[in-house]
Design a protein around this ligand. Structure first.
Ligand code: F3S
Length: 103
């Protein structure tokens, strides 16, 4: 009976060690440090292609982030530059079909 208890306790402590070994790794803290260093969180823009009617208002408002591809607008940058974040949000607010998502 005692050996079963000891074995289970040993297995449990090894599981805990494995879980704890993943805690505190650098990737958990990168967003925190990145935000601290830059003073802002990463802002990304997306366009719902199903909603976009191709009016090009977003391209006129924020050409640094949006461009036309055929009859739909697309996002041309992976991260919205800090200096155009305001106009990017304005473009999202003004989109007539709210196809622009800012995250
Ligand atoms: Fe499309 Fe809205 Fe731009 S409809 S073209 S995403 S302003």
């Amino acid at each position: 009976m005692r050996s079963v208890w000891t074995k289970k306790t040993k297995e449990k402590s090894e599981e805990e060690k494995e879980v704890n070994s993943n805690k505190g790794q650098i990737h958990e803290y990168l967003p925190f440090f990145f935000g601290k260093l830059t003073g802002r969180l990463i802002v990304k823009a997306k366009i719902d292609a199903d909603l976009c009617i191709g009016c090009a208002l977003c391209v006129q408002t924020c050409p640094e982030v949006f461009k036309m591809e055929g009859d739909k607008a697309v996002v041309s940058v992976s991260v919205v530059p800090a200096d155009v974040e305001g106009t990017c949000r304005q473009a999202a607010d003004e989109c007539p079909v709210t196809a622009i998502i800012i995250e």
